[in-house]
Design a protein around this ligand. Structure first.
Ligand code: ADP
Ligand code: GN1
Ligand code: MG
Length: 372
């Protein structure tokens, strides 16, 4: 749908939420790959989102999860004397009393308060911000440690089941519906030759060696709002995939995005590597945020979480390229292939730096346990 057309629908949707009040302006906002996000400027600024219905096939269940989690968090934030309107998302009800509005085309829209005086970053600009984001994501996991996990819907089945994603990737290569596999022979081979990476964490979980926790599952740097003044990571956003998962995956996804020296879609691969300094900073923040609650196995597997999440995103981008770019938003031809290549470069770089990554985790854990 063209931008003008979707803006028309966005205006109609905004009018279905009382709180938008006198809407002065609506414009596309942010750089997420999944939903269509708009800033609604009115009496109080809000965020309006058209949920991606192809990806979230049961939007009601997504909203049920988000309401459940944010209500739970608000209580904890209030108990700790925090600001529940800034430290977690506030889901606004539509005029129909539901936490979403379904338009005449069957599209689902939701509205949140804008987290004011805060920014989200697409790349690390200051080390402290990355540290604060680690602290906030670690803390998020701790706050949800006693959330009733069984009440959560699985919004995207097998979201971080890397082994299953590997199979989908193989199927996409085989089907080659867009006849693009010939453009990606090296990339396909890269992931095939590292098949064991797809299995390692799932195997540990199946063997009961790692616990399932309520995790965020999409810990990109731009899924956290940083207070403009205090520079604290104040609010974890993008709660669509809060589900039972692995702590090391939350750690790993943040590393693959934030500790990379290049953008996720950088074409010049000489600019892309895993920055050991940023890796250390995030490790320190995450361990602190988790407050000593990770098991020894989880701590030991943090580097593996980084590698597996990078590998997984690599095969997801490649699969999407092969299937005709139906999942991630793209802004140029070959965008998903470019994204896939940065992930490959990062995986290879992490492999080269493996001993250092493990050593950094050991040192940070030692320092962290001394402080407890
Ligand atoms: P996607 O699933 O497409 O990534 P997000 O929920 O992450 O969508 O939203 C996209 C971007 O919009 C975020 O990275 C952030 O910059 C901005 N954003 C989303 N919700 C809020 C909010 N409540 N307050 C301020 N900014 C927000
Ligand atoms: C998507 O929604 P967003 O842009 O924060 C994706 C993540 C990927 C990421 C890659 C629901 O995150 O899993 O890691 O793109 N989210 C979903 O940048 O698939
Ligand atoms: Mg996002």
């Amino acid at each position: 749908m063209e931008e003008k057309e979707i803006l028309k629908w966005a205006k109609e949707a905004a009018s279905q939420f009382e709180l938008a009040g006198n809407v002065k302006n609506i414009r596309p906002y942010g750089s997420g790959h999944i939903n269509d996000t708009f800033l609604v400027e009115g009496e109080k600024d809000c965020i309006l989102q058209r949920m991606n219905r192809n990806i979230f096939t049961k939007p009601e269940e997504v909203m049920e999860n988000i309401l459940g989690v944010t209500t739970f968090l608000k209580k904890k934030i209030a108990e700790a004397g925090g600001d529940e309107l800034r430290e977690t998302l506030t889901v606004l009800s539509a005029r129909n009393g539901k936490p979403f509005y379904r338009d005449s085309q069957g599209e689902y829209w939701r509205m949140y308060y804008l987290i004011e005086d805060a920014v989200s970053y697409d790349r690390v600009e200051r080390d402290e911000d990355f540290y604060e984001s680690a602290l906030a994501f670690g803390n998020f996991q701790q706050l949800l440690a006693d959330y009733p996990a069984e009440t959560l819907h699985e919004t995207i089945p097998g979201f971080h089941d890397t082994k299953a994603r590997y199979q989908v990737f193989l199927d996409a290569v085989e089907a080659d519906v867009c006849k693009r596999a010939e453009n990606a022979l090296e990339e396909i081979e890269f992931f095939k030759s590292r098949k064991e990476t797809a299995c390692v964490l799932g195997d540990l979980l199946a063997e009961g060696k790692m616990p399932l926790r309520v995790t965020h599952n999409d810990t990109k740097l731009n899924n956290i709002m940083v207070d403009k003044e205090t520079r604290k990571g104040i609010c974890v956003i993008d709660l669509d995939t809060v589900m039972p998962g692995l702590a090391v995956n939350d750690f790993g996804d943040a590393i693959r995005f934030g500790a990379s020296t290049g953008d996720e879609d950088e074409k010049d691969l000489s600019k892309v590597s895993c920055d050991l300094r940023l890796f250390r900073i995030y490790t320190e923040g995450f361990l602190k945020g988790c407050k000593g609650n990770l098991t020894d196995m989880e701590v030991a597997m943090l580097p593996m979480g980084a590698k597996v999440m990078t590998y997984e995103n690599g095969i997801r981008f490649l699969t999407d390229y092969l299937q005709g770019d139906t999942y991630f938003k793209i802004h140029r031809e070959g965008h998903n292939l470019d994204r896939c290549r940065t992930q490959m470069k990062l995986v290879a770089d992490m492999e080269k730096k493996w001993k250092e990554l493990e050593e950094i985790v050991r040192e940070c854990q030692e320092a962290e346990s001394k402080m407890r």
